[in-house]
Design a protein around this ligand. Structure first.
Ligand SMILES: Cc1ncc(COP(=O)(O)O)c(C=O)c1O
Length: 360
């Protein structure tokens, strides 16, 4: 087999090797069924068992209370940008959005199609390099929406904002879901595209309190109502069966590695090593403010675009893929989600040191 290289992609991203191997072993026959995992009917016993196990593991690993639904939907987090306001924001109400990056802006733009939107805070003044400390909420927001980790700008909320009384908290956790312990009861809804911390692209996890599931207008298209998916165990239409299966394997891997507390410890150690190196470096500097730095996406620059480009090209040649930063920040970005191995961080630090030595 071709040697695997260090993959710092922001998503789809590296997966645990044990997961890939188990998936491979079930491609031609799921267990002893004689039918591969992708070939089973979603209505058949074999897949229903996979589905039930995945949902149960999700509840166990995520500590999801019984009064929350777990849904596996399609359309990515981007569809949730629209579905959430479509269901939860009446025309005469206002929703508050915390503007901490490009994905938060996209979510806000979709909400504006359905009702009024108020920006409760923004860090646009410093190219989204920090998480604002304070929010100014509107009088009675229907909900408060935030993006827990800003994939592009490398910032992350340390803990969830507290919404005003009566407003539900909605979170786009696409790039840090299940990377640390979560108190789900503080949220009305959490959603995340799977392709960074949970598995392959093609499935979106939605965790939603029961009363919100039933709040949406009943004249929306069936596929756009949460109740449709809740009533049908996410099988109103054909679900992304293979992606759901792999999410189950990833959840099993998380459980075997200490659950969310284990992930947090691992993620702090990995990101901590990289930030420590960058802090003392004479060439590379992190772009995010220290109190706002993400454990998932470490963004850094040399301060010289030509040198950034030289570094990225040398890194690619040396087997470090996906380190080029998003065009709106420039520089470099190391995406190091749950499954990214610590050995890859050590190798990157060694490479950074060597590059600095030769080019400093
Ligand atoms: C924080 C965040 N939200 C939303 C998205 C969009 O997700 P999707 O492509 O699943 O629609 C991304 C993708 O990178 C993201 O990082």
């Amino acid at each position: 087999m071709t040697q695997r290289i260090w993959n710092f992609s922001a998503g789809p991203a590296v997966m645990p090797e044990a997961v890939l191997e188990e998936a491979r072993s079930n491609l031609l026959s799921l267990g002893t069924s004689g039918i591969g995992i992708m070939e089973h009917s979603h209505r058949g016993k074999a897949f229903l068992k996979v589905y039930e196990e995945t949902e149960a593991l999700c509840r166990e690993v995520g500590g999801i209370p019984a009064n929350y639904k777990v849904l596996f939907l399609q359309g990515g987090a981007s569809l949730q940008f629209a579905m959430a306001p479509m269901n939860l924001l009446a025309k005469d109400r206002t929703a508050d959005y915390l503007i901490t990056g490009a994905w938060a802006e996209k979510a806000r733009d979709e909400a504006q199609r359905f009702g009024s939107v108020h920006a409760a805070c923004s860090s646009e003044d410093a190219n989204f390099s920090y998480i604002p400390g304070e929010c100014l909420f509107s009088a009675h927001p229907a909900y408060v929406h935030f993006t827990s980790n800003n994939t592009i700008f490398g910032t992350q909320f340390r803990s969830e904002p507290t919404p005003p009384p009566g407003a539900d908290l909605i979170c786009d956790a696409s790039s840090d879901i299940f990377s640390r312990p979560l108190d789900i009861s503080k949220y009305g809804m959490i959603y995340a595209g799977a392709q960074k911390n949970l598995g392959p692209s093609g499935v979106t996890l939605v965790i939603m309190r029961d009363d919100l599931v039933d709040r949406g207008p009943k004249d929306l298209p069936a596929m756009l109502q949460y109740r449709t998916h809740a009533k049908n165990d996410s099988m109103y239409n054909t679900p992304p069966t293979f992606a759901i299966y792999v999410v189950g394997l990833v959840l099993k891997w998380i459980k075997e590695h200490g659950g969310l507390a284990g992930m947090e410890e691992r993620n702090q150690r990995k990101a901590g090593k990289l930030y420590s190196y960058l802090e003392q470096s004479g060439m590379f500097k992190p772009t995010a403010r220290p109190d706002s730095r993400s454990l998932m996406n470490v963004t850094f620059v040399t301060g010289n675009e030509e040198l950034d480009a030289k570094f990225c090209s040398a890194a690619t040649k040396a087997g470090f893929d996906g380190l080029k930063g998003h065009r709106s920040v420039g520089g470099m970005r190391a995406s190091i989600y749950n499954a990214f191995p610590e050995a890859g961080i050590d190798a990157l630090i060694e490479f950074l040191r060597e590059f600095e030595h030769q080019n400093g």
